[in-house]
Write a protein that binds this ligand. Sequence first.
Ligand code: THU
Length: 130
Amino acid sequence: MAQDLFEAARAAMGRAYAPYSKFPVGAAIRADDGKIYLGANVENLSFPQGWCAEPTAIGNMVMGGGRKIVEIAVIAEKLACCPPCGGCRQKIAEFAGPDTRVYLCDEVGVQKTLTMDELLPFSFQTDVIG
Ligand code: THU
């Protein structure tokens, strides 16, 4: 059920710290432990030091004991169906599988569902590192 994840992402967006871009983003992960982990973007006066909503949620998941992303919802106040940026795609892929669902939302709910394989085809993978 994606509606609860949408609502969680929307609530997370309310915690965004985005005074520079004024572009609040929220993310909510349902993890393999059944819990929902939240994230919002956290900006910095030294602009490159800020980070996106998705890694906040991933950090919360890891520290909360979750290890796998079952599904993830992303929402941005000013952009319907805001797609995770390139770096975030790789970060999500680290904890996801090709069939992990990614929900892109607008202000009323989930508007687009993608698999990780659709969102990030040909992702960086190698056995050399492990
Ligand atoms: N942002 C995210 O939080 N996630 C994305 O996937 C795209 C961009 C944030 C970063 C920055 O705080 C603001 O949106 C404008 O780029």
